[in-house]
Design a protein around this ligand. Structure first.
Ligand code: HEM
Length: 132
């Protein structure tokens, strides 16, 4: 079966996983910042990592299904650069000891993922800033 025929289910799965990934990150980051500790539970960590892996997988499959690739498509390049920010700031949020740092990294990760959504929606490397 050609991948293009799976475009609609892939896109819906991708969007659902984007929403779940952000909800999970807000919940885990909030739990860390407010010292609730349940973010360290094994099933929470495994669920979050599985969701993020599936999110990346549907993204890569969508890339082939729509024949849009980083470098060739500038919006995809800038989306992937911000993805690195979402991942790195997310890890830093969960690993930082100071609450001030946790909050700052958390905010930076949320900003990255929100800009990614606007980049994906507009297919423009500047996302919502393209209107300025
Ligand atoms: C946190 C990570 C991600 C977020 C928040 C995100 C967000 C989105 C959103 C909101 C859309 C739908 C855009 C629309 O309505 O047309 C989309 C589509 C897409 N995403 Fe992602 N994405 C993520 C990860 C990835 C990754 C890792 C890749 C590729 C390696 C990728 C590749 C694509 C492609 C190719 C589309 C299809 C665009 C089209 O329909 O033309 N995404 N993404």
């Amino acid at each position: 079966m050609a991948l293009e025929t799976l475009y609609v289910p892939l896109k819906h799965s991708h969007l659902l996983l984007v929403a779940i990934s952000i909800i999970f990150f807000i919940a885990r980051g909030g739990s860390k910042i407010f010292a609730r500790e349940w973010q360290n539970k094994l099933f929470v960590k495994i669920s979050a990592h599985s969701i993020d892996t599936l999110l990346l997988l549907t993204g890569v499959l969508l890339m082939f299904a729509t024949a849009q690739y980083p470098i060739a498509q500038a919006w995809l390049t800038s989306k992937l650069i911000l993805l690195v920010g979402y991942i790195v700031f997310g890890i830093k949020t969960m690993k930082s000891k100071s609450v001030m740092q946790q909050r700052s990294y958390f905010a930076a990760a949320i900003v990255c993922v929100l800009i990614m959504i606007t980049i994906a929606r507009t297919h423009h490397p500047l996302g919502l800033f393209s209107v300025l």
